[in-house]
Write a protein that binds this ligand. Structure first.
Ligand SMILES: Cc1cc2nc3c(=O)[nH]c(=O)nc-3n(C[C@H](O)[C@H](O)[C@H](O)COP(=O)(O)OP(=O)(O)OC[C@H]3O[C@@H](n4cnc5c(N)ncnc54)[C@H](O)[C@@H]3O)c2cc1C
Length: 166
């Protein structure tokens, strides 16, 4: 049975950020993804924001992937104006939502998720491999056994059951 400090189920943006951050902290983490590769289910994109709330703290992509994120990651365009157009026959009604878009925001970029998730995965996998972990695609997690097992150092472990799809 293979043992890791942390097992992450699912290689979406959340799981990949967890893998990257845990590896940065020196934890041996493995990420199990049901798809044959990470991002295989991504079909569209949207706007990726970095926020700066007036109260509290959020972890943005650049906190996880480094302050050079916007220069290195496959981003499409920086969104500088946000207009919503409603059309009806020969009429167009436009609303300028730029102020809402810029509210407590460092930036917003349009992204294609299959490209961005592949980049997240490469970065997270490289960091994880340095700690003896990594991404294992084609594995569907069927069950998590919460019955804690104790090792000889009295440390608690949990067990996950998987089926290999490939
Ligand atoms: C149409 C649409 C438009 C959106 N637009 C935006 C936008 O513009 N900006 C924005 O920030 N967000 C947007 N979102 C939201 C964003 O896509 C989600 O918040 C984000 O993908 C959630 O990431 P996640 O890692 O939690 O989950 P997911 O991306 O859903 O990833 C979950 C992963 O877990 C895997 N998995 C599931 N079960 C198992 C299992 N049992 N074993 C192994 N692996 C498993 C799946 O294969 C998948 O890869 C949009 C969402 C949708 C649906």
């Amino acid at each position: 049975m293979e043992k890791y400090d942390v097992a992450i189920i699912g290689g979406g943006s959340a799981g990949l950020a967890a893998l990257k951050q845990l590896s940065t902290l020196g934890k041996q983490a493995v990420l199990l993804e049901a798809g044959e590769k990470v991002g295989v289910k991504n079909i569209s994109g949207g706007i990726l924001y970095s926020k700066k709330p007036n109260n509290g703290r959020v972890y943005n992509v650049e906190d996880i992937y480094g302050q050079n994120f916007v220069n290195e990651a496959p981003l499409q365009r920086k969104i500088t104006q946000y207009l919503l157009h409603a059309t009806s026959k020969d009429k167009v009604f436009s609303m300028d939502l730029t102020a809402a878009h810029e509210y407590q925001s460092n930036f917003g970029y349009s992204v294609l998720m299959n490209e961005l998730n592949a980049w997240f995965a490469q970065s997270a996998d490289e960091s994880a491999q340095k700690c003896g972990g990594g991404i294992v695609p084609g594995v569907h997690v069927n069950d998590i056994s919460w019955d804690a097992m104790q090792d000889q150092n009295f440390q608690q472990h949990s067990c996950i059951k998987v089926s290999k799809l490939l």
